[in-house]
Design a protein around this ligand. Structure first.
Ligand SMILES: [Zn+2]
Length: 282
């Protein structure tokens, strides 16, 4: 039985397992993943900080594709916590301006076909001052406006989701003219029903508990590991082979049919990001 396996949130680092991890993913049955670019370790205050981040993301995407012959998509955008580092050096106002320029540049990459989504963007996952939260929310709205104008989805990094926080975010999406269904909540739980997620699209963390619970409720979700490929923190997050494994388990337990697997691992991501980026999958 051949079926697709898509991981919606993967990081790769040259100092990590890098293409070895991609090869393992392919060997275990993975057919595609969303690569999420990481901010550079240095040069935060230099003008080309985001440009370097996105260009490095684009070259890693290419190397990953070549390593395993699978579909690798790319998400780029100013990482929410970067705002704090910038604000500490430049003040909130200038920091916000730089983040918004980073959002605009991400949109240009998407328009040129070099990236497929603006992400991971949003707001810090831990409590911050009211001023920083307000700035983060404005930056998030800038992401929605930019994504709307270039026609791509947004992958959100925020606090752990709840029906009320997703409803708030849905309001920001509406204000930016962005379709709620193209706003993807990274690190989501099993909030699969529309009355739980306000129409925001869930990318469910691929623990057995969350995925099984999500799958029993419906098929409107994708799965992700948030693999960080950090040699200093082995085992800190889910391994690269988790989504292939979870997919097999869903089938084995009879929770999903093969058709359901095609829906979650191919139709859902292809509808979000565009079928043309899934040439090797289907
Ligand atoms: Zn991430």
């Amino acid at each position: 039985m051949a079926y697709p396996v898509f991981d919606n949130h993967v990081h790769l680092q040259r100092k990590g397992r890098f293409t070895d991890a991609v090869k393992e993913f392919g060997r275990k049955g993975g057919t595609g993943f969303m690569l999420v670019a990481l901010p550079p370790d240095e040069g935060l205050l230099k003008d080309d900080f985001f440009l370097r981040m996105y260009e490095e993301g684009a070259s890693i995407k290419k190397e990953a594709e070549e390593a395993a012959g699978i579909d690798v998509l790319l998400a780029i955008g100013p990482y929410p916590v970067t705002l704090l580092g910038l604000a500490g050096q430049l003040g909130i106002e200038q920091a916000e301006e730089r983040m918004v320029r980073g959002v605009e540049l991400a949109g240009e990459f998407v328009m040129e076909g070099k990236a497929n989504a603006i992400g991971e963007v949003g707001r810090p996952h831990f409590p911050v001052s009211e001023e920083l939260l307000a700035a983060s929310n404005r930056i998030m709205e800038a992401c929605f406006r930019q994504a709307k104008s270039v026609g791509c989805p947004v992958i959100l990094h925020t606090e752990d989701p709840s029906p009320s926080s997703l409803a708030e975010i849905a309001g920001f999406a509406d204000a930016g003219g962005m379709e709620r269904g193209r706003v993807i909540k990274h690190h989501c739980t099993d909030l699969v029903n529309e009355d739980e997620n306000s129409g925001i699209f869930p990318s469910v963390k691929a623990t057995r508990e969350l995925v099984f619970s999500a799958a029993k409720k419906g098929k409107r979700f994708v799965m992700e590991t948030d693999y960080i490929d950090d040699p200093a923190r082995p085992g800190a997050v889910l391994g690269i082979a988790t989504v292939p494994k979870r997919t097999r388990e869903l089938l084995g337990a009879g929770i999903f049919s093969e058709e359901d697997i095609w829906k979650v691992n191919y139709e859902n991501p292809a509808t979000l990001y565009g079928k043309e980026w899934f040439r090797k999958t289907a």
